[in-house]
Design a binder for this molecule. Sequence first.
Ligand code: NAD
Ligand code: IPM
Ligand code: MN
Length: 358
Amino acid sequence: MTDPRHMSPQRIAVLPGDGIGKDVTREAMKVLAAAAETFGLELVLDELPWDADRYLETGESLPEGALDDFRRRYAAIFIGAYGDPRVPDMKHAADILLGIRFGLDLYINLRPIKLFDERHCPLKGKGLDDVDLVVFRENTEGAYVGAGGVFKKGTADEIAVQEEIHTRKGVERIVRAAFDYARSHRRRRVCMCDKSNVMRHAHDLWQRCFAEVAAEYPEIETQHLYVDALAMQLVKSPERFDVVVTNNMFGDILTDLGAAIQGGLGLAASANLHPGRVSMFEPVHGSAPKYAGTGRANPMGAILSAALMLDFLGHGDAAAAIEAAVAAAMRADRTTPDLGGGLSTGEVGDAVAAAVRG
Ligand code: NAD
Ligand code: IPM
Ligand code: MN
């Protein structure tokens, strides 16, 4: 397998998906093109139109051979968002999104929670330095494995079982990834979040793995909070957190909370990683069908996800330029209505792209 950073050119699979996924991806690609031009990057963008329309017409979600193709030919994958009200069981979205996360073994879901403009923080008295943490969400196990079943469905005696899977390998590698990140990014503290007071089996495994791995990083301070307490502290004292590591489901929930304290879901970015392999980048938000095609979707989360992608591909300078351009657009109120601005999705993309070009 080729390390994506060493491919030339770096080929990126672009899956806009459904709803506002298409709207925000267009802007993220616009900004990516501006960064490529400015920083002399050789990127090739291949758009793959795997959306709900296509699924409803053909019955195909993630095409056969797609994962192999990603592994062989692509440096990264960019996704807008999936989900369509005409597919209530989320079949195509699960096949594609979770299919890629699981199929490519992208075990790290890295989600920064960073405030770029303190006017958008809903917490009283909190500034830029107070909201700056990174969540390491386990991305291949836990409640997301789909283990379980239904018995006597539709009857009064129905039984539904949904099991979680936590493996030593899976827990250890995400905890290690959090500590490695803390070490390489000069973060002081790693907080592990679980519910080990109730989930005595699975989360006790987390406790033991955390203690063992932490011992290898003596310079990093450790912290532990049950998820209920962490949710409360994230609102009360976000400055207490640097790096948080947690399981798949808790990470999903906490990062929507995190998005709210950084200014809203439209701003939150994420990276689905397996170091050294093709990885996937996407905003944290969903397809928000009510805003699809209206020009109201904030593209900044998608744009910041593209910046994470560039960073992962070895272009830290271009990534930093995109982040700075987003922050500048926010400060100048060149924003969509969710941030109180009067610009459309496309106009925000134009403003950020222009700032990247300098
Ligand atoms: P959502 O994130 O799509 O939207 C929730 C609300 O957040 C929206 O109504 C809107 O008010 C706001 N919002 C989200 N993104 C925004 C943006 N870019 N700009 C401005 N406002 C924004 O979540 P939902 O309504 O629970 O889910 C809609 C669909 O998306 C469902 O099918 C769901 O399963 C799916 N979903 C997909 C992903 C993904 O593809 N990664 C993530 C979450 C939800
Ligand atoms: C996210 C989303 C997904 C998740 C859904 C759409 C499967 O909410 O990326 O946060 O739960 O992981
Ligand atoms: Mn989510």
